[in-house]
Design a protein around this ligand. Structure first.
Ligand code: GLU
Length: 310
């Protein structure tokens, strides 16, 4: 008998949910519910400057307005479902990686990073040049007196492949396409890459449905899972909602956030109809109930390419 599917909503409460976030959550909900599984809600509020409990509460309210419920976590689940309260756990797993001799302090400033790093081959993000990887103990001490370092993990020259449930085979060389990445910022905030791996594992998540922008993070996460002895979840990376010029929807597009949409008087069924149409589950945009979308859902029908919505 195969294990019960455990999926998750992992929103960052840094602003009002927009249609892109709702789109990922809807597909996660449909996928898990179609498999008779459970959903965990975890607030990814690592960044204290941008995230707040008020925004997390609003997010929950918007999810429930759409009918997207969950079985565990969120505010009902208490502090353990907010990443800002899980730093001790991240510290523990970081120390395990440190014992493996994989971490090193990085003293590079933002300016230095921009000056020395090469653009990432596939998506234009910067590939760390490895400047601090080979500093001597004496150089580290000298630099540590001047600034608090971030912690990076040294990646091997390894190629990681996996099969995404929607996007198919994806392959990346950690050394040439990703580079040594940060696990803890210089201000002590743990990096998303570490937190998400620890949390998915400890919360028993075995199915991850999220935006395609995170496809290129997955090889890193698979590698960290192996190092820490965690199982790999199944992944489904869903298309992003984009503007005409290919820019993905962001929290700046306020007319497509749930606040504006609800204020304009749209019903949950109208919003679900629009999301379901974009996903490829409906022939045309029409108001539908969540139950109708549930009965229409299968991954074979879901659109793979990014969707231009404005
Ligand atoms: N917290 C991330 C976001 O809101 C999602 C991370 C994930 O699904 O792994 O974009």
């Amino acid at each position: 008998m195969s294990a019960q599917v455990v999926g998750r909503f992992a929103p960052s409460p840094s602003g009002r949910m927009h249609m892109g976030n709702a789109f990922s959550c809807l597909l996660s909900w449909l996928s898990v519910r179609s498999a008779g599984g459970r959903i965990v809600l975890r607030h990814e509020d690592l960044d204290p400057q941008r995230c707040s409990r008020e925004k997390a509460n609003q997010l929950e309210e918007d999810l429930l307005w759409l009918g997207l419920d969950w079985d565990e976590g969120g505010s009902q689940g208490g502090d353990a479902y907010y990443q800002s309260n899980r730093f001790d756990l991240y510290a523990y797993y970081l120390s395990r990686l440190d014992e493996m001799g994989l971490l090193y302090p990085c003293f590079c400033s933002r300016g230095e990073l921009h000056a020395t790093n090469a653009p990432h081959a596939s998506d234009g993000t910067l590939l760390y040049a490895g400047t601090c990887r080979h500093l001597s103990p004496a150089q580290r001490l000298e630099k540590a007196a001047l600034r608090r370092p971030a912690l990076r993990i040294a990646v091997p020259d390894t190629t990681i492949s996996f099969t995404d449930g929607l996007q198919g085979r994806y392959t990346e060389n950690l050394c040439h396409q990703c580079g040594d990445f940060i696990l803890r910022r210089s201000d002590g905030v743990y990096a998303y890459q570490l937190a998400v791996v620890v949390d998915d594992a400890l919360m028993g998540v075995n199915q991850v449905v999220r935006g395609r922008d995170l496809l290129s993070s997955t090889p890193r996460q698979l590698w960290l899972q192996d190092l820490l002895g965690f199982d790999h979840p199944a992944y489904y990376h869903v298309p992003l909602l984009c503007t005409q010029n290919g820019r993905r929807l962001s929290k700046r597009d306020e007319d497509l956030d749930l606040g504006a949409i609800r204020a304009a008087g749209h019903s949950p069924e109208q919003v679900l109809g629009r999301l379901g149409f974009w996903a490829g589950l409906l022939e045309q945009e029409e108001a539908v109930s969540l139950e109708e979308l549930h009965s229409l859902f299968s991954w074979e029908r879901v659109q793979k390419e990014d969707i231009m919505v404005r």
